[in-house]
Design a protein around this ligand. Structure first.
Ligand code: GDP
Length: 381
């Protein structure tokens, strides 16, 4: 595989190399920043589950580039609630531990605040352990959250499946699915829908599962998908992903099926770009450190005649395309189409921000509890 960096001017950051910089974008993200990159209405995800189910590991691997083996040495935290909102990601993310003594009946547990603004609740179940207790806690959590906020998407991660054989994996999924839905039906909550994902931090399944979760929280998904379809058709691109750079979650892709290998290649490319930027980028003490900025772009040629092409879209997002090397002869056209795509994406998010500020400022506006439920807007692409 030969590779080279094109126009790569990422600036390094000071801090722990194993994690991303605090602000990895274009410097200060002021509270009044109402640009496309504003973080005020990012999808908010709660990660819950029993202690040792793998929550901290998921968070470290997905958002802090920790290698899966290192998670073996993660100390179990005694904190009841552990917050981690990553401001450099398109996604806001919080972790809640259930160390056992925490109880929803406890008056200090403010479920209105906790579940009110949450878009998705991810419940992690350790599939390598006896999951009876976890299913009880899942039922309790989901019913409580649903009472507060009907708009929450409930996602169950059947986690640590790397240690299970294929048959056992499918059997566990079937059993957990059956028991969890039966418990909900028995409790009279048959309207609650649970989605299940088999995950492990030792492969890309955890990123893939998170991508699915995040995509459900993006009302603009069909528009983004359509824009990527148009880009592909007009630029002879085979596959394109819109990535949240920090987490390597893809927030949208075109409508052709996702092949895991292509996704993994694109993830690896993002790692390469960030690492190279971080190591060789120009460090400017005056400016906020950035490893990914508007100059970021990269091209990797594979020895099977395929090209991976990455371009920066905004401070959180990158477009990664896969195309035949022959078709890359028209780089000018691709770049020009990319500029149009970037503008269109900008408009989509600007519209979202506008509609949100209208909702927030107009008195008596029908704000739902789920602040991630955004009024649909129309955008002709
Ligand atoms: P938490 O208490 O829910 O935050 O759990 P931790 O993140 O501390 O994880 C508990 C243990 O599970 C650690 O030793 C991790 O290495 C391990 N672990 C986490 N995810 C996986 C996974 O996908 N597969 C396997 N085999 N082990 C995992």
């Amino acid at each position: 595989m030969s590779s080279y960096q094109d126009d790569e001017e990422g600036v390094g950051f000071d801090g722990n190399p194993s994690s991303f910089p605090k602000d990895f974008g274009y410097g200060f993200d002021g509270e009044n920043d109402v640009s496309l990159s504003t973080g005020e209405h990012k999808p908010r995800i709660l990660l819950m589950g029993l202690r040792r189910s793998g929550k901290s590991s998921i968070q470290k691997v997905v958002f802090h580039k920790m290698s899966p083996n290192e998670t073996l040495f993660l100390e179990s935290t005694n904190k009841i609630v552990k917050d981690d909102i990553n401001n450099s990601s398109f996604v806001q993310f919080q972790i809640w531990d259930f160390p056992g003594q925490i109880d929803f009946i406890d008056s200090t547990f403010d479920s209105d605040t906790i579940f009110g603004g949450c878009g998705a609740l991810v419940f992690v179940i350790d599939a390598q352990d006896d999951y009876g207790d976890a299913l009880d806690k899942l039922n309790l959590t989901v019913t409580k959250a649903f009472k507060v906020n009907h708009n929450i998407k409930f996602e169950v991660f059947i986690h640590k499946v790397d240690g299970l054989g294929d048959d056992f994996k499918m059997e566990s999924q079937r059993d957990i699915h059956q028991r969890a839905t039966d418990d909900l039906n028995d409790a009279g909550f048959d309207q609650i829908h649970l989605s299940f994902h088999l995950t492990s931090i030792y492969d890309h399944s955890i990123f893939e599962a998170f991508s699915k979760v995040v995509q459900k929280l993006i009302p603009q998904l069909p528009i983004l998908e359509n824009l990527l379809n148009i880009l592909n058709t007009n630029s002879a691109i085979e596959k394109s992903f819109l990535f949240d750079v920090v987490s390597k979650i893809y927030i949208a892709t075109d409508s052709t099926p996702v092949d895991m290998q292509s996704y993994e290649l694109c993830c690896d490319m993002i790692d390469v770009v960030i690492d190279v930027s971080w190591i060789y980028g120009i460090r400017d003490e005056q400016l906020e450190a950035t490893a990914f900025d508007e100059q970021s772009s990269s091209l990797i040629k594979l020895n099977n005649g395929t090209v991976l092409y990455l371009r920066e879209v905004n401070r959180f997002l990158a477009l990664v395309c896969i195309l035949r090397e022959d078709n890359f002869d028209h780089k000018g056209i691709i770049d020009s189409n990319f500029v149009s795509l970037r503008e269109a994406i900008q408009q989509v998010f600007e519209l979202r921000n506008k509609s949100q500020s209208v909702m927030l400022t107009s008195p008596g506006s029908p704000m739902t509890n789920g602040s991630d439920a955004i009024t649909p807007e129309h955008h002709s692409s």
